[in-house]
Design a protein around this ligand. Sequence first.
Ligand code: FES
Length: 160
Amino acid sequence: MAEDHKKNGKVIVQAVHEAVKRYGTSKDELIPILNEVNRKVGYLPGEALEEISRQMKVPKSQLFSVATFYHMLSTKPRGRHVIQFCESAPCHVAGGREVWNALREELNIQNGETTPDGKWTLITTSCLGVCGVGPVIVIDNDVFGNVTPDQLREILARYK
Ligand code: FES
């Protein structure tokens, strides 16, 4: 257990080093840096925020505010796959509500939760910019448009 913690700490510090090396220490690069570390580590644990704070000379409280504001970032562990559901009006009127209800029923979780097996995290998001094909869900980086409740099971089955 202690070994695991040490190993994770190393992975986190390395992810921060690589992101800072790539983007530099300008405050304008905070979001890309947080995003990259979030992607590599899976989320933004306190250790990651501390290390970014140290390297970028930005207060940890400010990093925490940014990390909790953007839906693509998370300060809590997430599942192996993250489903973003667009809850903006154009998707909503195109049948989004039915898809949202079916998603929660299929996964048996609510917004912001992760399934007990650690496979799925479900979050809502505002417009993803592809309103013409609503309702829209994004799984990891894959965009699915014109989604109907009937398609959900088949779509989810594509992910291990
Ligand atoms: S409203 Fe859903 S993608 Fe724009």
